[in-house]
Design a binder for this molecule. Structure first.
Ligand SMILES: [Zn+2]
Length: 853
């Protein structure tokens, strides 16, 4: 990684000097398994003759550099990361011929061989700085240009890029060449190339300006039985619903000529918004039954990427400090579209359960930052695809919409697209449009919400007269000492009473609060209800606390509340209070296990089950931990047995049971589910569930390498390989842990997908002492990992291998010593990852102390 950074200052200087007109990129994908040959021809102007700049090109070997007709010596001007360009003219033509490296990390041009049929599949992933791994390019978002790709590949392949795929020219030797038309002026990070014998489904739609937009859905050939015509049709249907919603909401037609959606192997993220050529993770091709939460997430992701076609692709941030403008907007707009235009009407409940809890978690880490972040270089932005940039930003947009109104918001956004089409912007460009349509001054609002970090806590404070009516009512607002900003909130207050045994909302009052204490005349004289809920309908971004009586009511009647959003807000408040060591963690376990059978929302359920993993493994005091974990496992197995046949709840309970199973009886049950001697009505033990059960048995010491190898032979697929790697990483003996740690940290044998999977499996232990040696070894390897691996691989290893299940003072002491070291602090992005790990441990120890009393 070192040497591949680019600073904001370098980018600004380069953008001040040059304008890029066009790229012609010719690629030959038929040479060998390791490298590909390319020729980039780029035309650009400079505003000073004689000036110098550089172009980015991470290469295996540079063969030729020709600037304005003059051959330069590659050994003098190129270092395999950059090419120095001196003596520029006002109009320039540069030709670079080089070999690029196929990647197995999901960054740049990724190459994957399908174990099922040995077919080769390629795709690109360029955000943030990896188009330079496929061609020579001025790699920064504000140097937009047109891109024309010419690709020579095996003749039986599909080749897909940003522009419509042309008919190939066959060469008669098994090879063919595809010459794509030029793109509009776009940023290099949203260019794309996907190539291989992909299976293809076709459809089309008519855009709001009357054009016919061709649609494609692609997956690997060996996955076509799972992504069949019906599933592709479903993806097309959601796409059409999204197109209609966004084109109407923004008043701007889809800006590109076609829209292909490609499900590609070993993808690091959920998806990527390449212009007209969106790539998705294959975990969205369902070979096994997914939880409903995952099916909904796929739809949200489809519409998130579609929203980016306007926000991000048509109009793009000038520099990565405004990455939030892309991601927060796409996250907000996708939930809006999913709730309004698809069958997933509960999208805002999902948003509350998942996105908001992600945002609050991230915002309370020492590494938190304003939504508009300080981004000094590429490493800064790579660690910033986080809960602030996505989830807090989207939550704050939700609050902005409550403040200015949805109509003014969408109209302002539409005007912004029209004014800045195919150009770059900064935050103020959007605020100007929103101020114009809403008639409000947003300068102060932006300072308080976008330019400062931290989450506020809101609590009610009231007095009641002799008739049970409010004689005083105020909302108190506090902030963390480290981030003392107090903010204005427009929100609802819900009054809930028991009506025929059901906890029902009897009144919803919209209020504006500001300052550390806001007296609310609106509630005076109203009868005190059984439950008072701040942030009713969840429009602001703040942790809320319930008064004692309301909390007691909520806990007693949680499953009687018919509105799923109200339940999600209350559960979120309980979770926040647990994390803040104000509620005993074992009470949270009881709350979840006592109510989860009645939860109707799949994402709320999944969020609660994940929170149980955290509470059980890290938050409960050590002396009770094994007992509580075993109790959770027993409860989940019983919940699974009691659940409706073939229901989503049944599936989720079984999946999470495998995470907890530890006693002999529980491991017997896992084995019986796997071998079929225990059957749950309607539950199919499909390919993924088999692996989850086997992994539980491996972690529990009931199965080993022989069983893993056997199942891997039966399931010799990409998914099977990933699951096998995770299972091997879970083998519960010191020698196996040692060899897996070495494989992950000292070799590059595993692809990104296997690294991710195995590193996650590594810390799954029943006897946490197996992880003791890695408390120190982890930190000893951290700098080496950072220096020798690409960013994504380093991130997987550093986040997942931290032995946090030890969850004790000894790990804390070692961790604190390491993160104080000067050489670690000198690398801010690395330091940030380590500090976040340690902060999670510190919080766990704080909750454990509470549990000890
Ligand atoms: Zn996005």
């Amino acid at each position: 990684m070192p040497g591949e950074n680019l600073t904001r200052l370098e980018a600004a200087e380069r953008a001040a000097l040059i304008d890029v007109d066009s790229y012609d990129v010719s690629l030959d994908l038929t040479s060998d398994e390791r490298t590909f040959r390319y020729v980039t021809k780029v035309r650009f102007s400079a505003n000073r003759a004689g000036a110098s700049t550089f172009i980015d090109a991470i290469t295996d070997k540079v063969h030729r550099v020709v600037l304005n007709g003059v051959d330069l010596d590659p050994s003098k001007v190129a270092d395999n990361v950059r090419i120095q360009l001196d003596g520029l003219q006002t109009e320039n033509e540069l030709v670079v011929e080089a070999d690029g490296l196929y990647m197995n990390t999901g960054e740049g041009l990724h190459r994957f061989v399908d174990p099922v049929d040995n077919e080769v599949y390629l795709y690109t992933q360029f955000e943030v700085p990896d188009s330079r791994r496929m061609f020579a390019v001025f790699e920064q978002p504000d140097l937009k240009a047109t891109f024309k790709f010419e690709v020579t590949a095996p003749a039986h392949w599909k080749v897909v890029s940003n522009q419509p795929t042309p008919a190939p020219t066959e060469h008669g030797n098994g090879k063919a060449t595809w010459s794509f038309g030029a793109t509009p002026r776009i940023s290099s990070y949203i260019t794309a190339l996907v190539a291989g014998p992909y299976h293809e489904y076709r459809s089309e739609l008519t855009s709001s300006d009357g054009r016919v937009i061709p649609l494609g859905v692609f997956c690997r050939g060996s996955l076509a039985e799972f992504m069949d015509q019906a599933d592709a049709d479903y993806v097309f249907e959601k796409t059409r619903e999204g197109f209609e919603f966004f084109e109407t909401a923004f008043g701007v037609a889809y800006p590109f000529d076609k829209y292909d959606q490609l499900f590609v192997p070993e993808f690091n993220a959920g998806a990527m918004e390449n212009a007209g050529c969106v790539t998705f993770t294959e975990t969205y091709v369902f070979r096994s039954k997914p939880a409903d939460a995952v099916r909904e997430r796929r739809v949200i992701t489809i519409l998130h990427e579609l929203a980016h076609m306007w926000f991000g692709d048509l109009v793009t941030m000038r520099w990565w400090n405004d990455l939030w403008l892309n991601e927060s907007f796409a996250e907000y707009a996708s939930h809006l579209a999913v709730a309004n235009a698809t069958e997933w009407k509960g999208a805002w409940v999902t948003f509350s359960a998942l996105e908001k809890s992600w945002a609050y978690r991230q915002d309370q880490l020492p590494s938190t930052h304003p939504i508009v972040a300080e981004i000094n270089d590429l490493e800064d932005v790579q660690v910033n695809f986080d809960g602030i940039t996505y989830a807090k930003g989207a939550s704050v947009l939700q609050q902005l919409v409550a403040f200015v109104g949805e109509d003014a918001f969408l109209k302002g956004v539409g005007n912004y697209f029209k004014k800045h089409s195919f150009k770059n912007t900064e935050l103020t460009d959007l605020l100007v449009e929103l101020e114009a349509t809403s008639g409000r001054d947003l300068g102060n609002w932006s300072k308080l919400w976008l330019e400062t970090a931290g989450v506020n806590t809101l609590r009610p404070e009231f007095e009641v007269d002799g008739e049970g009516k409010f004689s005083k009512f105020a909302v108190l607002q506090t902030a963390a000492e480290s981030h003392p900003t107090i903010r204005p909130h427009r929100m609802g207050i819900g009054l809930y009473d028991l009506v025929e045994g059901k906890l029902t909302r009897v009144e919803h009052i919209r209020v504006d609060i500001d300052g550390s204490r806001t007296e609310l005349a609106e509630l005076m004289g109203k009868k005190r209800p059984a439950l008072i809920l701040l942030n009713d309908e969840d429009q602001t971004y703040a942790k809320i606390r319930l008064d004692e009586q309301s909390l007691a009511t909520a806990l007693k009647h949680l499953s009687d509340i018919s509105d799923p959003l109200t339940r999600a807000i209350i559960l979120g408040a309980a979770w926040d209070a647990t994390r803040d060591a104000e509620v005993n963690p074992r009470d949270f376990v009881r709350l979840v296990l006592g109510n989860i059978a009645h939860e109707t929302e799949s994402t709320t359920m999944m969020t609660l089950l994940r929170q149980l993993v955290t509470v059980g493994r890290f938050y409960v005091k050590q002396s009770e931990r094994e007992t509580v974990l075993a109790e959770i496992a027993d409860a989940l197995l019983q919940l699974a047995k009691d659940a409706q046949a073939a229901s989503d709840a049944q599936l989720q309970f079984v999946k999470f049971f495998t995470q907890f199973a530890r006693t002999d009886a529980q491991l017997d049950a896992a084995a019986a589910l796997l071998n079929g001697s225990l059957k749950l009505a309607g539950l199919e033990i499909d390919a993924d569930l088999k692996w989850e059960l086997l992994t539980a048995l491996v972690v529990g010491g009931r199965a080993g390498e022989a069983e893993i190898a056997k199942l891997e032979t039966e399931d010799n697929t990409a998914n099977g390989q990933k699951a096998a790697a995770a299972a091997r990483a879970g083998l519960p003996n010191a020698a196996a842990k040692d060899s897996m740690f070495k494989l992950l940290t000292e070799t590059k044998d595993y692809s990104n997908a296997l690294v991710q999977s195995a590193s996650m499996g590594f810390t799954r232990v029943i006897d946490v002492e197996l992880l003791r040696p890695f408390a120190t070894r982890y930190f000893e390897m951290a700098m080496k990992i950072w220096e020798s691996q690409t960013f994504k691989i380093a991130e997987y290893l550093l986040v997942n291998l931290y032995p946090i299940p030890l969850a004790d003072e000894s790990l804390l002491a070692i961790s604190r010593e390491w993160i104080a070291k000067a050489e670690i602090k000198a690398v801010p992005a690395l330091h940030r990852i380590l500090v976040e790990n340690v902060a999670n441990l510190e919080r766990a120890l704080k909750v454990q102390a509470m549990d000890r009393g």
